[in-house]
Design a protein around this ligand. Structure first.
Ligand code: 5RP
Length: 234
């Protein structure tokens, strides 16, 4: 296992400390939170933990079923106690860029139904200002090149359609992903989120503002849980 993979596993497992019997848990997407999902399945099988989960992608749904976590739909419950998810970047104000795995829409829907959001990450994800990671934006298939052009005009930067070989990546929702190469200079992610959502053809943007309550961060010195002083877990 590489050093980074080991850090992801440490963070993913440590975040399970937030999960108690009876909770309804949002299950994020990505290579870090997959360790959380596997560990929650292990605790259910071996330690009597009882939870239900809501997955944020088809990949996480498949993994949760494999490890024995019972799944429910948001429409059948009255909100979630917590969501645990990965991030591509987080800044000192606990603002996030997400969507590197193209699951941002479902991730945001699940996060907004959750009483708390815990992010699992390795320390490469901590940044002074968001934007070095290209900002993922989910767009409708209809005339998506035109929507991407409009995003380029708004953001004044290169915006690419995310590709898998010769084909545009298609999300679990049947949409495309535009990646905006802004550089580490997103100073007002709240205003930027609103401006991007105002473009016709945009479904959702991977800026998660005011949602993250804690980050479980793994680095060479060990695992650190950083609580957002303005968050709901404080
Ligand atoms: C998927 C996401 C992921 O949570 C994010 O990309 C982090 O993934 P990883 O833990 O694999 O680095 O937002 O849409």
């Amino acid at each position: 296992m590489s050093d980074v993979e080991a850090l992801k596993k440490e963070a993913g497992i440590a975040a399970c400390a937030f999960v108690k019997t009876g909770m309804k848990v949002g299950l994020g997407t990505g290579s870090t939170v997959k360790h959380t999902v596997v560990e929650l399945g292990r605790r259910m099988a071996e330690e009597g933990l009882e939870i239900v989960g809501v997955p944020t992608s088809l990949a996480t749904e498949k993994l949760a079923i494999q490890v024995g976590i019972p799944l429910v739909e948001l429409s059948s419950i009255d909100g979630l106690d917590i969501v645990i998810d990965g991030a591509d970047e987080y800044d000192p104000q606990f603002q996030l860029i997400k969507g590197g795995g193209a699951a941002l829409l479902r991730e945001k829907v699940v996060a907004q139904e959750s009483a708390a959001m815990v992010v699992v990450a390795d320390d490469r994800k901590r940044v002074a200002a968001l934007g070095a990671f290209p900002l993922p934006i989910e767009v409708t298939p209809f005339e998506y090149e035109a929507t991407i052009r409009a995003l380029g005009r708004l953001l004044d930067c290169r915006v690419n359609c995310r590709m898998a070989g010769d084909n545009a990546v298609v999300t679990d929702n049947g949409n495309m992903i535009a990646d905006a190469h802004m550089g580490p200079n997103i100073t007002d992610p709240v205003a930027m989120e609103a401006a991007i959502l105002n473009i016709a053809g945009v479904v959702q943007v991977g800026l998660f503002n005011g949602m993250c309550d804690a980050v479980v961060l793994a680095g060479s010195m060990g695992v650190e849980t950083i609580i957002n002083p303005r968050g709901r877990l404080n």
